[in-house]
Design a protein around this ligand. Structure first.
Ligand code: 6PG
Length: 256
């Protein structure tokens, strides 16, 4: 199914076509990274949208094309809940994907949502820095020192990962990971900041459903206001940015 492409925005007729296209991108990104560095570091998005993608990646059609032993799994964010909690992004990924593919347990870099948020954020940043061999200082764009692929979603208020409007993490200039008490969802959250996300080799926003149409138009075509629309703060410094969306989410976008 050939998507209608607007710049770096690919539009697909329905969720099934979108899921298939993103799964193909995942397979391709993994193959390229493993070919270059023998590893594939991916940050998974949370929420409900990626559930269909993870289920597809666990199916033989895609799973058999990924060298899972070389895959390092991270998360873009986590709710400060335990790993068995219904709201846990880790739990959703485990149930739909990680329990069904031969990824190494030591290569699953879970954010410890059950621990003190600030300590868990510091621990996750240490884990990331060790994985990317960058113990101090800013992230590097070298292969193997950054996410090969970062999957992101879009909230109806313009947040992505757990970068919520007007919170410090959106404006952070040095830390890779932050914990914030997000009043709008009445939860502490731990999130990657744009500092590390914008060093990714590829960032892929996966957005579907008519409830995202209005915010998607504002983010893609509205005034640049990153504090109000944190998803606009995602602009890879030397990587690819791709929005892969379904027709329902694209309903309010200007005609090509
Ligand atoms: C989270 C996600 C968040 C999500 C958006 C969209 O932890 O909730 O990381 O950024 O991607 O809120 O969520 P849905 O896919 O459920 O609409």
């Amino acid at each position: 199914m050939t998507p209608a492409v607007r710049g770096n925005v690919d539009i697909f007729p329905d969720d099934a076509a979108l899921t298939a296209a993103v799964a193909e991108r995942f397979v391709a990104a993994a193959a390229a990274a493993i070919d270059a560095t023998e590893t594939f570091s991916v940050a998974l998005s949370g929420g409900s949208t990626p559930r269909a993608l993870f289920t597809a990646l666990a199916s033989p059609e895609y799973s058999s094309r990924i060298q899972w032993s070389a895959v390092h799994v991270f998360w873009g964010d986590e709710r400060c809940v335990g790993p068995a909690d219904a709201d846990s992004n880790y739990r959703m990924a485990r149930e739909t994907l990680l329990d069904h593919v031969p990824v190494r347990a030591t290569n699953i870099h879970r954010i410890r949502g059950e621990e003190d948020p600030a300590e868990a954020a510091e621990k996750y940043e240490r884990d990331l820095r060790a994985a990317f061999e960058t113990p101090t200082g800013p992230p590097r764009s070298a292969p193997g020192a950054r996410f090969d692929l970062a999957l992101l979603g879009l909230g109806t208020n313009g947040h992505t990962a757990s970068l919520f409007p007007h919170l410090q993490a959106v404006r952070e200039q040095t830390r890779w990971v932050m914990a914030e008490n997000v009043a709008s969802v009445q939860l502490w959250r731990i999130t990657l900041t744009p500092v590390i996300l914008n060093r990714s080799a590829e960032v892929l926003f996966l957005v579907s459903g008519k409830e995202k149409a209005a915010i998607l138009r504002r983010v893609l075509y509205g005034a640049r206001e990153t504090d109000e629309l944190p998803a606009q703060s995602i602009a890879p410094v030397d990587g690819r940015l791709r929005w892969m969306i379904d027709a329902a989410a694209a309903a309010d976008l200007p005609a090509i």
